[in-house]
Design a protein around this ligand. Structure first.
Ligand SMILES: [Zn+2]
Length: 308
């Protein structure tokens, strides 16, 4: 991947007004055209989160979000005992807060675009979150880190290689890099094609396959020691929503109705129809994800790599 300029690209799908293209030389998948950087800053600063607590979902969704953030902290503590942690694209820094409060992390820091989320993390949890790109903040983040996390963040980035190189600089030798992204070669991406929820243009700019993510890490000095393709947070919902997208031809209607703020879909009789359809599809989605639980065709790619 390092020696490929991705210049020889071909269209794969058209999703939400953007193309998904792949490089014929190395297979790398991108959104095209890439939205302007200012547009991206606007998406995350003004439209992504809302309300006093800078949340994305209604009350039940918010409870689930907090539960799963705690689980991320718990698993990180259980497997890697990190004392010094960076969470790139950390939302409201919930995972960092739980790591510090319950699992004895000493130095925790995050990055994020949204000013309201940064203010919330500072005021509510006392966690330092730097605004904007990792590269812009590299001077104000301490080195010799034990763990850097990219939880469903790397797919939002265009220049992914820069982020991996900067992570290498910030980690101590033997430090861990944890990355989870949607798997664009999942079984449901193959079935639902342009309806697959993981394309999510223009929010998602890079679309990983198990091989392209492995190549990115291994070419930049990392050794992958854990590979997983199932996520309790994402897998079943992604399959279900992707099937809904394919059946209805409408993009993420059910998902959007669970949001709060600007992207929210208004409650209507149509929502009840979608809800019932979602209930019918859920068992199918669960069974499919159990079948693909240990396969490279699961809905996510979850790699943990070590700086060697
Ligand atoms: Zn290429």
């Amino acid at each position: 991947m390092l020696d490929c300029d991705h210049s020889c690209s071909e269209k794969l799908f058209f999703v939400n007004g953007y193309n998904i293209v792949f490089c014929k030389k190395c297979g790398f998948r991108k959104t095209f055209p890439i939205p302007k950087r200012q547009d991206l800053a606007d998406i995350y600063d003004k439209n992504f989160y809302s309300g006093n607590d800078s949340r994305r979902f209604g009350d039940i969704g918010e409870m689930l979000v907090r539960f799963f953030r705690f689980l991320r902290a718990f698993k990180a503590a259980l497997f890697y005992f990190p004392k010094r942690v960076l969470d790139v694209g950390c939302g409201r820094a919930l995972m960092l807060y739980y790591l510090k409060k319950y699992f004895k992390a000493e130095y925790v820091i995050g990055t994020q675009y949204c000013s309201a989320s940064i203010a919330y993390a500072k005021k509510k949890f006392g966690i330092d979150v730097k605004k904007g790109e990792l590269a812009d903040n590299i001077g104000s983040i301490e080195k010799n880190l034990d763990l850097i996390c990219f939880w469903h963040v790397l797919e939002h980035i265009d220049d992914v290689e820069t982020y991996i190189k900067l992570s290498y600089q910030l980690l101590k030798k033997g430090g861990k890099l944890l990355i989870e992204v949607p798997n664009s070669e999942s079984f449901s991406a193959k079935i639902s094609k342009n309806g697959w929820m993981g394309w999510d243009t223009p929010n998602h700019l890079t679309h990983f396959t198990p091989d392209s993510l492995a190549g990115l890490l291994e070419n930049n000095g990392f050794k992958i020691f854990k590979k997983k393709y199932f996520s309790a947070e994402y897998s079943v919902f992604t399959t279900m929503q992707s099937l809904l997208n394919k059946i209805s031809g409408e993009w993420n209607y059910f998902y959007k109705s669970l949001l709060v703020g600007k992207d929210k879909q208004e409650f209507s009789a149509k929502f009840i129809g979608y809800f019932l359809l979602a209930v019918c599809l859920a068992p199918l989605a669960i069974i499919a994800n159990l079948i693909f639980y240990n396969s490279r065709q699961g809905e996510v790619i979850h790699y943990v790599a070590e700086k060697v």
